[in-house]
Every structure is written in structure tokens, then in C-alpha cells.
Design a protein around this ligand. Sequence first.
Ligand code: NDP
Ligand code: OXD
Length: 313
Amino acid sequence: VSILLATGSWDPSPWRERLARHFPDRQIAVWPDVVYPSEVEHAVCWRPEPGLLSRFPNLKAIHSLGAGVDHLFADPDLPNVTIVRVIDPDLTNRMSEWVALNVLLHHRQTLTFLEQQRARLWKDPIGTPAARDIRVGVMGMGELGRDAAWKLQILGYDVAGWSRSGEGLDGMDTYSAADLDEFLARTDILVVLLPLTASTRGILNRDLFSKLARHGRLGGPVLINAGRGGLQVDADILSALADGILMAASLDVFETEPLPASSPFWNHPRVLVTPHVAAESDAEAVSAFIARQIRTIDGGGTPQGVVDRVDGY
Ligand code: NDP
Ligand code: OXD
């Protein structure tokens, strides 16, 4: 029985090594070196090429190497089998680190201080507001959003969430999809941890930015997106930054990845760019998670992280 490994542009070696350790009795077939397609029961993938997964007639499950599954739904021939995504404390902690770093970065005006440092400029105190006076809004209160929101609350921020159902964390205001405008109106720093689906594509646009709080303590709203590039309209972020609808942004994801060298984001003084590394999939932790789900499925049980094909996340 084999496990197919198709890692797109990622190096397959660390994944093959870990999966082989978890399943010494199984063949780990690294695409395109698959000898017997009919033996493949599990596919472990990151951005597999469209049409690839339909070639395995006995496939039981597709395992995403990350938390997101939009890369799988991009395949029009995706077989109708169980889809499993990563839910793991290692990944969650990494994302919360990136979110906390970026909320603190904008709250503590680090982009301005970097400019001043480069200019050898020492200025007197500027009246930094307290964390409790900064309203952070977390869009997407799933596995990642809830952990980040909770950690931001511990840092002292005034945190609220937004999710489709309105479910979030006990003791924290969470707005439902219908209350988006109300959520935006109380938000100084918008943290986005949504999945990319038909209903979230392009949601981060000029109209949405213009509904963020206008009189917060930071002097203007800040966008922090580590969800997916397809959630945002890059050109709208740039124009909103140009006319003050947004004051600054931290972006880990972009409409086109890798971000083209010609993108104005690269040297924008009010934007921090990271290359889709907010929460990297650690081969050790993520392989262990996937191995557990493979064993559960093979034993007839229900794995963790099953994706709803209709909702797309
Ligand atoms: P979850 O599925 O656990 O959570 C998704 C959240 O988004 C839920 O709260 C859900 O609402 C909400 N949501 C979905 N659709 C809508 C909608 N139409 N309107 C309002 N809310 C909506 O996902 P995770 O937290 O595990 O991951 C989120 C995303 O983070 C991933 O899909 C991936 O794209 C991205 N990611 C990025 C990484 C990076 O390095 N940049 C790394 C890992 C993940 P409800 O609770 O009501 O279902
Ligand atoms: C993920 C990612 O979805 O790395 O896990 O983007």
C-alpha cells in the first residue's frame, strides 16, 4: 500500500524521510516516481498539479501539507474522497508568533523607528498608546484565529473576532458574517486569518478598508493578512495606503506568489512583506499529524481536520 507524496515546489526529502519513519512497511511514492497508481491509498500534497490526483483509482484520502486547502480545490478534477488539513499546535503557535509580532510592530510604530534609525534621528517620546486602547479585530476565528486572538488579549489588546457563525472564544466579542460593518467600525488593527473560498475571495478591498475605525489611537487603520493572497485586492491596498484609508500593512500572502520583483509592496515604507512564512509547515510535527490521520482512516475512524467540500474549508 503506498502513500503518494506530491509537494509542488517544496523539497520532498524531509517529508519522505518522516513518512518512511512512521510507515516503514509502506512505499512512499514521490511524484512523479509512482510505479503502481492502483496501490496509492493516501495522497500527501502541497499544490499538486491539476488532474494529478484523479489518476489514483483507489485513493481514500488527500492530506494537505498545510492548514489551507484552496490549493486542492483549485483542481477541477479533484477526486471525491476525504480531504484532511493540518490542525496542529506547532503550526498554530507559529502563526500566533507572526500575528503578535506584527500587531506589536504597528502598535509600537516600529516602521517609523526603523526609518529614524536609518536617518540617525533621536526624537523625544511620541505618546505611544497602551495596548488596551488598541482595538484588534481578528477575521476568521478558527484554529489559528482563536489562538492568536487569545494571545493578543493576554498582551492587553482590546480584541474582538469575526467568523461566519459568530462563534469564537468565550469572553470575547465575536461578530457573525452579517455584522461585518459593526466589527470593522470598532477595529484599528485588522488581523486576517480566513481561508480562501468562493465567499471570501477579494473580501479585503477598498470598500472594506473604508469601513475600519477612523479615529483610533494609531492615527489610521492597519491591515495584517496571513490568510491567503486571494482574499485581498493588492491594488486596493496600495491605493488605500496612498490616500490614508489604510495607515500601514503587514502582508505574508499576495495575489501572485512569489511576489513579482516589480511589485510596489517590496519597497513601500508602510508595508512589511514576508514571503508566505507566517506559519511554516514543520516536517516533523506535520508528518506526525498526518500519520495519525492516516492510521485513523485506515482503522475506519474519523480523522481530525476533515474539510467540508461544500464550504471549501
Ligand atoms: P479554520 O477552518 O479553523 O477557520 C476558518 C475561520 O474562518 C472560521 O472561524 C470560519 O468561520 C471563518 N470563515 C470561513 N469562511 C468565512 C466567511 N465566508 N465569512 C466569515 N468567516 C468565515 O482555519 P484555520 O484557522 O486553521 O486557518 C485559516 C487559514 O489560514 C487557512 O485556510 C490558510 O489559508 C491560512 N494559513 C496561512 C498560513 C501562512 O503561513 N500564511 C499558514 C497556515 C494557514 P466559522 O468558525 O463560523 O466556521
Ligand atoms: C498553510 C500555509 O495553509 O502554509 O498551512 O499557507
